[in-house]
Ligand binder design. Sequence first.
Ligand code: ADP
Ligand code: 5GP
Length: 193
Amino acid sequence: MATTSLAKRPVVVSGPSGTGKSTLLQRLFANHPQTFGFSVSHTTRTPRAGEVDGVNYHFVTREKFSSMVTQHEFIEWAEFSKNFYGTSIQAVKDVMQQDKMCILDIDMQGVQSVKKTDLNARFVFIAPPSTQVLEERLRGRGTETEASLQLRLETAQKELAYAEQPGAHDKIIVNDDLDTAYQQLEDFIFRNV
Ligand code: ADP
Ligand code: 5GP
């Protein structure tokens, strides 16, 4: 059955900051704890309220991050909104070793890098219903300063433009109604539709 081979392929979730990636993925992991594993990235950004080191991210200093780059510990890494983010080889291995499907939440640069690797990933883009709604969500989340919010919105335009290129992603889901978007995400992950 098709799901057997799908089960072996990592899924890369990307989309503008504030579009709802973490919200959708939290639900996915809560609903299927034995099926999926999250690739826990390293980042130099400060933890937000409620974020747990080693769960949401490995929060590291710039020095530590640089040394990991030098030691070739990352599959990919990128600068996003004045911080560094990277997927370590170990993070993906940790999930694979548990025999779970690996889910990566990474930015557009990460998507482009992963495409050049042998991870054989599938790519899903989570789009906001509009840029206005995106801004409302980002503001509503209450995690950004005005400057970092503006930077994230600028970057969002680039991510949206990239997503319009044919073949950039295997699936685009508009996260308007959360339940509908979640169902579409499950359909893509389990049935590739
Ligand atoms: P991302 O991980 O893509 O940066 P989040 O998952 O943190 O985005 O979502 C940003 C904000 O939008 C959060 O406050 C979240 O509760 C809210 N949100 C996510 N999806 C929806 C939705 N479908 N409708 C309304 N609000 C949403
Ligand atoms: P946030 O700071 O909101 O958690 O994440 C900002 C952006 O960084 C998001 O687009 C998220 O997908 C991306 N991101 C998180 N981890 C990684 C990573 O390991 N590599 C790359 N390239 N981007 C990442």
